[in-house]
Ligand binder design. Structure first.
Ligand code: AMP
Ligand code: MG
Length: 427
Protein backbone atom coordinates (compact mmCIF):
# COMPACT_ATOMS: atom_id res chain seq x y z
CA UNK A 1 0.00 0.00 0.00
CA UNK A 2 1.26 3.50 -0.68
CA UNK A 3 -0.08 6.88 0.35
CA UNK A 4 -2.30 7.39 -2.66
CA UNK A 5 -4.11 4.12 -2.07
CA UNK A 6 -5.16 4.87 1.47
CA UNK A 7 -8.85 4.75 2.23
CA UNK A 8 -10.17 8.28 2.54
CA UNK A 9 -11.95 9.10 5.79
CA UNK A 10 -11.25 5.68 7.31
CA UNK A 11 -12.05 6.31 10.97
CA UNK A 12 -9.73 4.66 13.41
CA UNK A 13 -11.58 6.36 16.28
CA UNK A 14 -14.78 4.48 15.50
CA UNK A 15 -14.48 2.30 18.62
CA UNK A 16 -14.61 5.36 20.86
CA UNK A 17 -16.54 8.14 19.19
CA UNK A 18 -16.86 9.97 22.54
CA UNK A 19 -13.99 11.69 24.31
CA UNK A 20 -12.46 9.25 26.76
CA UNK A 21 -12.05 10.60 30.33
CA UNK A 22 -8.44 10.58 31.57
CA UNK A 23 -9.31 8.24 34.44
CA UNK A 24 -10.84 5.73 32.02
CA UNK A 25 -7.81 5.86 29.73
CA UNK A 26 -5.56 5.23 32.74
CA UNK A 27 -7.75 2.34 33.84
CA UNK A 28 -7.65 0.72 30.41
CA UNK A 29 -3.87 1.07 30.15
CA UNK A 30 -3.40 -0.26 33.67
CA UNK A 31 -5.54 -3.30 32.85
CA UNK A 32 -3.23 -4.19 29.95
CA UNK A 33 0.29 -3.68 31.24
CA UNK A 34 2.19 -6.10 33.42
CA UNK A 35 5.66 -6.43 34.83
CA UNK A 36 8.33 -7.91 32.57
CA UNK A 37 10.10 -11.04 33.81
CA UNK A 38 13.82 -11.49 34.24
CA UNK A 39 16.27 -10.16 36.79
CA UNK A 40 20.00 -9.70 37.19
CA UNK A 41 22.51 -9.07 39.96
CA UNK A 42 24.26 -5.72 39.88
CA UNK A 43 26.78 -3.93 42.08
CA UNK A 44 25.22 -1.63 44.68
CA UNK A 45 25.78 1.67 42.88
CA UNK A 46 24.60 0.27 39.55
CA UNK A 47 21.26 -0.42 41.23
CA UNK A 48 20.37 3.28 41.35
CA UNK A 49 17.01 3.76 39.61
CA UNK A 50 16.47 0.00 39.26
CA UNK A 51 13.64 -2.05 40.72
CA UNK A 52 14.22 -4.58 43.53
CA UNK A 53 13.52 -8.10 42.16
CA UNK A 54 13.38 -10.07 45.44
CA UNK A 55 12.73 -8.85 49.00
CA UNK A 56 15.97 -7.80 50.71
CA UNK A 57 16.27 -9.12 54.27
CA UNK A 58 18.58 -7.44 56.73
CA UNK A 59 21.55 -9.58 57.76
CA UNK A 60 22.24 -7.34 60.78
CA UNK A 61 21.00 -4.73 63.20
CA UNK A 62 21.38 -1.05 62.33
CA UNK A 63 22.75 0.47 64.42
CA UNK A 64 24.73 -2.63 65.29
CA UNK A 65 25.28 -1.46 68.88
CA UNK A 66 23.40 0.75 71.28
CA UNK A 67 25.26 4.06 71.00
CA UNK A 68 25.26 7.67 72.02
CA UNK A 69 23.25 10.14 69.97
CA UNK A 70 25.18 13.12 71.40
CA UNK A 71 28.57 14.25 72.60
CA UNK A 72 28.22 14.11 76.39
CA UNK A 73 28.45 11.83 79.41
CA UNK A 74 27.09 8.30 79.70
CA UNK A 75 25.77 7.19 83.08
CA UNK A 76 23.17 4.87 84.59
CA UNK A 77 19.67 6.36 84.59
CA UNK A 78 19.33 5.06 88.15
CA UNK A 79 21.94 7.63 89.23
CA UNK A 80 19.79 10.58 88.17
CA UNK A 81 18.20 12.45 91.03
CA UNK A 82 14.66 13.85 90.84
CA UNK A 83 15.22 16.64 93.35
CA UNK A 84 18.93 17.24 93.67
CA UNK A 85 22.12 17.65 91.67
CA UNK A 86 24.53 14.71 91.47
CA UNK A 87 28.32 14.72 91.29
CA UNK A 88 29.87 11.84 89.38
CA UNK A 89 33.52 11.04 88.68
CA UNK A 90 34.42 10.68 84.98
CA UNK A 91 36.34 7.42 84.66
CA UNK A 92 37.16 7.37 80.97
CA UNK A 93 36.18 8.16 77.39
CA UNK A 94 34.39 6.24 74.60
CA UNK A 95 34.93 7.35 71.01
CA UNK A 96 33.00 6.39 67.88
CA UNK A 97 34.73 3.17 66.86
CA UNK A 98 36.78 2.99 70.11
CA UNK A 99 34.62 1.64 72.93
CA UNK A 100 35.27 2.18 76.65
CA UNK A 101 37.06 -0.85 78.03
CA UNK A 102 35.31 -2.28 81.08
CA UNK A 103 32.17 -1.81 83.09
CA UNK A 104 31.03 1.48 84.58
CA UNK A 105 30.30 1.15 88.31
CA UNK A 106 27.18 2.85 89.72
CA UNK A 107 27.72 6.50 90.52
CA UNK A 108 30.30 7.07 87.73
CA UNK A 109 30.20 8.56 84.23
CA UNK A 110 32.13 8.10 80.97
CA UNK A 111 32.70 10.82 78.44
CA UNK A 112 31.10 9.69 75.12
CA UNK A 113 31.24 11.00 71.57
CA UNK A 114 28.33 10.75 69.13
CA UNK A 115 28.18 7.21 67.77
CA UNK A 116 30.28 5.69 70.56
CA UNK A 117 29.09 2.32 71.88
CA UNK A 118 27.33 2.83 75.21
CA UNK A 119 29.68 1.55 77.91
CA UNK A 120 28.30 -1.44 79.86
CA UNK A 121 26.57 -0.19 83.00
CA UNK A 122 25.22 2.98 81.32
CA UNK A 123 21.97 3.67 79.51
CA UNK A 124 21.62 7.45 79.48
CA UNK A 125 23.55 10.36 77.95
CA UNK A 126 23.64 13.93 79.28
CA UNK A 127 24.72 16.47 76.66
CA UNK A 128 28.03 18.23 77.34
CA UNK A 129 26.27 21.61 77.40
CA UNK A 130 24.00 20.42 80.22
CA UNK A 131 26.63 19.44 82.79
CA UNK A 132 29.10 21.40 84.80
CA UNK A 133 32.64 20.02 84.34
CA UNK A 134 34.92 20.40 87.41
CA UNK A 135 38.16 19.05 88.82
CA UNK A 136 38.07 17.49 92.31
CA UNK A 137 40.72 17.96 94.99
CA UNK A 138 42.98 15.35 93.28
CA UNK A 139 42.71 17.05 89.91
CA UNK A 140 40.36 14.33 88.60
CA UNK A 141 37.42 15.22 86.41
CA UNK A 142 33.91 15.19 87.84
CA UNK A 143 30.61 16.33 86.41
CA UNK A 144 27.69 17.96 88.15
CA UNK A 145 24.35 16.84 86.72
CA UNK A 146 21.20 18.85 87.47
CA UNK A 147 17.55 17.84 87.40
CA UNK A 148 15.13 17.38 84.53
CA UNK A 149 16.86 14.50 82.73
CA UNK A 150 15.17 11.29 81.69
CA UNK A 151 16.67 7.80 82.05
CA UNK A 152 17.48 6.41 78.58
CA UNK A 153 17.69 9.79 76.87
CA UNK A 154 20.01 10.56 73.93
CA UNK A 155 20.70 6.91 73.20
CA UNK A 156 20.18 5.09 69.89
CA UNK A 157 19.17 1.49 70.50
CA UNK A 158 20.73 -1.40 68.55
CA UNK A 159 18.38 -2.34 65.69
CA UNK A 160 16.37 0.86 66.10
CA UNK A 161 16.71 1.74 62.40
CA UNK A 162 16.66 -1.79 61.00
CA UNK A 163 16.46 -5.05 62.94
CA UNK A 164 18.14 -8.26 61.84
CA UNK A 165 15.63 -10.27 59.74
CA UNK A 166 13.56 -7.20 58.79
CA UNK A 167 12.52 -6.89 55.15
CA UNK A 168 14.34 -3.67 54.31
CA UNK A 169 13.29 -3.34 50.67
CA UNK A 170 10.26 -5.11 49.25
CA UNK A 171 10.25 -6.50 45.72
CA UNK A 172 8.99 -3.81 43.36
CA UNK A 173 10.64 -0.94 45.24
CA UNK A 174 12.56 1.56 43.16
CA UNK A 175 16.13 2.09 44.37
CA UNK A 176 16.81 5.79 44.95
CA UNK A 177 19.62 7.47 46.92
CA UNK A 178 18.12 6.60 50.33
CA UNK A 179 17.88 2.93 49.34
CA UNK A 180 21.51 2.90 48.20
CA UNK A 181 22.46 4.22 51.64
CA UNK A 182 20.27 1.72 53.46
CA UNK A 183 21.79 -1.19 51.54
CA UNK A 184 25.27 0.21 52.10
CA UNK A 185 24.57 0.45 55.85
CA UNK A 186 23.87 -3.29 55.81
CA UNK A 187 27.10 -4.09 54.00
CA UNK A 188 25.15 -5.32 50.95
CA UNK A 189 27.33 -4.85 47.88
CA UNK A 190 25.20 -6.58 45.25
CA UNK A 191 21.47 -6.45 44.55
CA UNK A 192 19.00 -8.52 42.49
CA UNK A 193 17.09 -6.08 40.30
CA UNK A 194 14.61 -6.44 37.46
CA UNK A 195 16.25 -6.41 34.06
CA UNK A 196 16.06 -3.08 32.26
CA UNK A 197 12.91 -2.39 30.28
CA UNK A 198 13.73 -1.93 26.60
CA UNK A 199 11.91 1.01 25.04
CA UNK A 200 12.09 1.65 21.30
CA UNK A 201 11.00 5.09 20.18
CA UNK A 202 10.77 7.07 16.97
CA UNK A 203 9.30 10.22 15.50
CA UNK A 204 7.04 10.18 12.46
CA UNK A 205 6.66 13.03 10.00
CA UNK A 206 7.86 13.90 6.51
CA UNK A 207 8.65 17.42 7.72
CA UNK A 208 11.10 16.30 10.43
CA UNK A 209 14.85 16.57 10.15
CA UNK A 210 17.50 15.30 12.53
CA UNK A 211 20.44 17.21 13.99
CA UNK A 212 23.03 18.19 11.43
CA UNK A 213 20.65 18.06 8.46
CA UNK A 214 19.79 21.27 6.59
CA UNK A 215 16.19 22.48 6.77
CA UNK A 216 14.23 22.99 3.53
CA UNK A 217 11.26 25.40 3.66
CA UNK A 218 8.51 23.99 5.87
CA UNK A 219 10.77 21.46 7.57
CA UNK A 220 11.41 21.41 11.32
CA UNK A 221 13.98 19.81 13.55
CA UNK A 222 12.76 16.79 15.46
CA UNK A 223 12.53 17.76 19.12
CA UNK A 224 10.37 14.94 20.44
CA UNK A 225 13.06 12.30 20.33
CA UNK A 226 15.30 14.46 22.49
CA UNK A 227 12.58 15.15 25.06
CA UNK A 228 11.75 11.45 25.10
CA UNK A 229 15.43 10.60 25.48
CA UNK A 230 15.50 12.81 28.59
CA UNK A 231 12.31 11.49 30.13
CA UNK A 232 13.16 7.85 29.42
CA UNK A 233 16.74 8.17 30.62
CA UNK A 234 15.49 9.58 33.92
CA UNK A 235 13.23 6.52 34.22
CA UNK A 236 16.22 4.21 33.87
CA UNK A 237 15.09 2.19 30.86
CA UNK A 238 17.25 0.88 28.02
CA UNK A 239 16.74 3.20 25.06
CA UNK A 240 16.46 2.18 21.44
CA UNK A 241 16.34 5.38 19.39
CA UNK A 242 15.01 4.48 15.94
CA UNK A 243 15.23 7.97 14.48
CA UNK A 244 12.71 9.72 12.23
CA UNK A 245 10.34 7.56 10.20
CA UNK A 246 8.75 9.02 7.09
CA UNK A 247 4.97 9.07 6.70
CA UNK A 248 5.00 6.09 4.38
CA UNK A 249 3.17 2.83 5.03
CA UNK A 250 6.13 0.58 4.29
CA UNK A 251 8.56 2.64 6.37
CA UNK A 252 6.06 2.74 9.23
CA UNK A 253 5.40 -1.02 9.02
CA UNK A 254 9.10 -1.80 9.01
CA UNK A 255 9.70 0.50 11.98
CA UNK A 256 6.94 -1.07 14.02
CA UNK A 257 8.05 -4.61 13.19
CA UNK A 258 11.62 -3.85 14.15
CA UNK A 259 10.58 -1.98 17.30
CA UNK A 260 8.34 -4.87 18.39
CA UNK A 261 11.16 -7.32 17.82
CA UNK A 262 13.64 -5.55 20.07
CA UNK A 263 11.52 -3.54 22.50
CA UNK A 264 9.26 -4.33 25.43
CA UNK A 265 7.54 -1.03 24.72
CA UNK A 266 7.29 1.21 21.66
CA UNK A 267 6.68 4.94 21.72
CA UNK A 268 5.98 6.90 18.56
CA UNK A 269 5.17 10.58 18.23
CA UNK A 270 3.20 12.30 15.51
CA UNK A 271 0.64 11.04 13.10
CA UNK A 272 -1.92 10.24 15.77
CA UNK A 273 -4.30 13.07 14.94
CA UNK A 274 -7.30 12.44 12.74
CA UNK A 275 -5.62 13.57 9.53
CA UNK A 276 -2.98 10.87 9.54
CA UNK A 277 -4.14 8.52 12.22
CA UNK A 278 -6.41 6.53 9.99
CA UNK A 279 -3.47 5.78 7.82
CA UNK A 280 -1.12 4.85 10.68
CA UNK A 281 -4.17 3.10 12.09
CA UNK A 282 -4.49 0.94 9.00
CA UNK A 283 -0.82 0.06 9.15
CA UNK A 284 -1.10 -0.87 12.78
CA UNK A 285 -4.32 -2.81 12.32
CA UNK A 286 -2.34 -5.23 10.18
CA UNK A 287 0.48 -5.57 12.70
CA UNK A 288 -1.16 -5.57 16.10
CA UNK A 289 -4.03 -4.64 18.31
CA UNK A 290 -4.10 -0.90 18.71
CA UNK A 291 -6.87 1.48 19.73
CA UNK A 292 -6.86 5.15 18.87
CA UNK A 293 -8.41 7.28 21.56
CA UNK A 294 -9.53 10.84 21.73
CA UNK A 295 -8.87 11.61 25.36
CA UNK A 296 -10.61 14.38 27.25
CA UNK A 297 -7.37 16.21 27.99
CA UNK A 298 -5.76 19.36 26.66
CA UNK A 299 -3.11 19.36 25.42
CA UNK A 300 -2.66 15.78 24.29
CA UNK A 301 -5.99 14.63 23.01
CA UNK A 302 -5.05 11.90 20.52
CA UNK A 303 -3.38 8.81 21.93
CA UNK A 304 -2.96 5.36 20.46
CA UNK A 305 -2.47 2.42 22.78
CA UNK A 306 -2.20 -1.30 22.31
CA UNK A 307 0.12 -4.13 21.42
CA UNK A 308 2.38 -4.73 18.45
CA UNK A 309 3.71 -8.28 18.60
CA UNK A 310 4.76 -8.76 22.23
CA UNK A 311 5.45 -5.07 22.80
CA UNK A 312 3.13 -2.49 24.33
CA UNK A 313 2.63 0.47 22.03
CA UNK A 314 2.03 4.12 22.93
CA UNK A 315 1.34 6.46 20.01
CA UNK A 316 1.71 10.02 21.26
CA UNK A 317 0.63 13.20 19.48
CA UNK A 318 3.18 15.16 17.46
CA UNK A 319 3.02 18.50 19.21
CA UNK A 320 6.01 18.72 21.54
CA UNK A 321 4.15 19.90 24.67
CA UNK A 322 1.44 17.29 24.13
CA UNK A 323 4.19 14.67 23.99
CA UNK A 324 5.44 15.62 27.45
CA UNK A 325 1.96 15.89 28.95
CA UNK A 326 0.81 12.52 27.61
CA UNK A 327 4.09 10.88 28.53
CA UNK A 328 3.85 11.94 32.16
CA UNK A 329 0.11 11.31 32.40
CA UNK A 330 -0.18 7.96 30.64
CA UNK A 331 3.13 6.46 29.56
CA UNK A 332 5.35 6.92 32.60
CA UNK A 333 2.98 5.14 35.02
CA UNK A 334 2.61 2.28 32.53
CA UNK A 335 6.36 1.96 31.98
CA UNK A 336 6.97 1.94 35.74
CA UNK A 337 4.49 -0.93 36.05
CA UNK A 338 6.24 -2.78 33.23
CA UNK A 339 9.60 -2.18 34.93
CA UNK A 340 8.18 -4.04 37.93
CA UNK A 341 7.69 -0.99 40.15
CA UNK A 342 4.90 -1.87 42.54
CA UNK A 343 4.60 1.38 44.43
CA UNK A 344 1.21 2.54 43.31
CA UNK A 345 1.11 6.01 44.84
CA UNK A 346 1.22 8.48 41.97
CA UNK A 347 3.37 11.59 41.97
CA UNK A 348 1.93 13.72 44.76
CA UNK A 349 0.32 16.98 43.77
CA UNK A 350 0.15 20.09 45.94
CA UNK A 351 -2.45 22.83 46.15
CA UNK A 352 -1.50 26.43 45.49
CA UNK A 353 -3.20 29.78 45.05
CA UNK A 354 -3.46 30.54 41.37
CA UNK A 355 -2.41 34.07 40.39
CA UNK A 356 -3.51 33.84 36.74
CA UNK A 357 -6.99 33.62 35.26
CA UNK A 358 -7.29 30.25 33.46
CA UNK A 359 -9.93 29.46 30.88
CA UNK A 360 -11.36 25.98 31.18
CA UNK A 361 -14.12 23.95 29.53
CA UNK A 362 -15.90 21.38 31.68
CA UNK A 363 -15.68 17.82 30.38
CA UNK A 364 -11.91 17.53 29.96
CA UNK A 365 -8.76 17.77 32.02
CA UNK A 366 -6.74 20.87 31.13
CA UNK A 367 -3.05 21.05 31.84
CA UNK A 368 -1.33 24.42 32.07
CA UNK A 369 2.39 24.99 32.23
CA UNK A 370 3.14 27.11 35.27
CA UNK A 371 5.60 28.41 37.81
CA UNK A 372 5.22 27.35 41.43
CA UNK A 373 6.60 29.86 43.94
CA UNK A 374 5.82 31.28 47.39
CA UNK A 375 4.23 34.51 48.51
CA UNK A 376 5.73 36.73 51.26
CA UNK A 377 4.18 34.51 53.94
CA UNK A 378 5.68 31.37 52.46
CA UNK A 379 2.37 30.10 51.05
CA UNK A 380 2.49 28.33 47.65
CA UNK A 381 1.39 30.34 44.66
CA UNK A 382 1.31 29.39 41.02
CA UNK A 383 1.02 31.34 37.80
CA UNK A 384 0.66 30.28 34.20
CA UNK A 385 3.69 30.72 31.94
CA UNK A 386 1.31 32.49 29.55
CA UNK A 387 1.01 31.09 26.07
CA UNK A 388 -0.75 27.75 25.90
CA UNK A 389 -0.12 26.43 22.37
CA UNK A 390 0.83 22.77 22.47
CA UNK A 391 3.67 23.36 20.03
CA UNK A 392 5.40 25.94 22.25
CA UNK A 393 7.99 23.73 23.89
CA UNK A 394 9.83 26.69 25.32
CA UNK A 395 6.93 27.24 27.73
CA UNK A 396 7.77 23.83 29.25
CA UNK A 397 11.28 25.04 29.83
CA UNK A 398 9.97 28.23 31.50
CA UNK A 399 7.70 26.18 33.75
CA UNK A 400 8.52 24.18 36.87
CA UNK A 401 5.11 22.54 37.27
CA UNK A 402 1.81 21.69 35.64
CA UNK A 403 -1.48 23.11 36.87
CA UNK A 404 -4.01 20.31 36.44
CA UNK A 405 -7.61 21.48 36.17
CA UNK A 406 -10.01 18.59 36.81
CA UNK A 407 -12.42 17.03 34.30
CA UNK A 408 -15.52 18.71 35.70
CA UNK A 409 -13.88 22.00 36.69
CA UNK A 410 -14.65 25.39 35.18
CA UNK A 411 -12.55 28.49 34.53
CA UNK A 412 -10.34 29.70 37.37
CA UNK A 413 -10.22 33.26 38.71
CA UNK A 414 -7.06 34.63 40.33
CA UNK A 415 -7.05 33.76 44.04
CA UNK A 416 -8.61 30.31 43.59
CA UNK A 417 -6.80 27.16 44.73
CA UNK A 418 -5.63 24.77 42.03
CA UNK A 419 -3.89 21.40 41.89
CA UNK A 420 -0.21 21.54 40.95
CA UNK A 421 2.08 18.73 39.80
CA UNK A 422 5.70 19.83 40.34
CA UNK A 423 8.25 18.76 37.73
CA UNK A 424 10.92 18.01 40.31
CA UNK A 425 10.79 14.47 41.50
CA UNK A 426 8.78 13.33 38.52
CA UNK A 427 10.98 10.33 37.97
P1 AMP B 1 1.15 15.46 13.91
O1 AMP B 1 0.61 14.91 15.19
O2 AMP B 1 2.04 14.51 13.20
O3 AMP B 1 0.05 15.98 13.06
O4 AMP B 1 2.05 16.70 14.30
C1 AMP B 1 1.49 17.83 14.94
C2 AMP B 1 2.49 18.96 14.96
O5 AMP B 1 3.64 18.59 15.72
C3 AMP B 1 3.03 19.35 13.59
O6 AMP B 1 3.21 20.75 13.57
C4 AMP B 1 4.35 18.64 13.52
O7 AMP B 1 5.25 19.28 12.65
C5 AMP B 1 4.82 18.73 14.95
N1 AMP B 1 5.69 17.61 15.22
C6 AMP B 1 5.41 16.31 15.02
N2 AMP B 1 6.43 15.54 15.39
C7 AMP B 1 7.41 16.38 15.82
C8 AMP B 1 8.73 16.19 16.31
N3 AMP B 1 9.22 14.96 16.45
N4 AMP B 1 9.45 17.27 16.66
C9 AMP B 1 8.93 18.51 16.53
N5 AMP B 1 7.70 18.75 16.07
C10 AMP B 1 6.94 17.71 15.71
MG1 MG C 1 2.85 14.34 11.34
Amino acid sequence: MNKTERTPQADCYRDDPELLPVTEALRRIDAQVESISGDERVALRDALGRIVAKPIISPMNVPGHTNSAMDGYALAGADLSMDDTRRLPVIGTAWAGRPFDGRVPPGSAVRVMTGAVMPPGTDTVIMTEQVEELLDEHGDMIIVVGQGHRAGQNVRQAGEDIAIGDCVLAAGKRILPAELGVLGSLGIGEVSVKRRLRVAFFSTGDELRSLGEPLAPGEVYDSNRHTLYGMLTRLGVELIDMGVIRDEPDAISDAFREAARIGDAIISTGGASTGEADYIGETLARLGEVRFWRIAIRPGRPLAFGRVGDAMFFGLPGNPVAVMVTFYQFVQPALLRMMGNEETHPNPTVRATCLSPLRKKPGRVEVYRAILAQDGDGRPTVRSTGKTGSGLLHTMSDANCFIILPHDGESVEPGAEVEVLPFFGLT
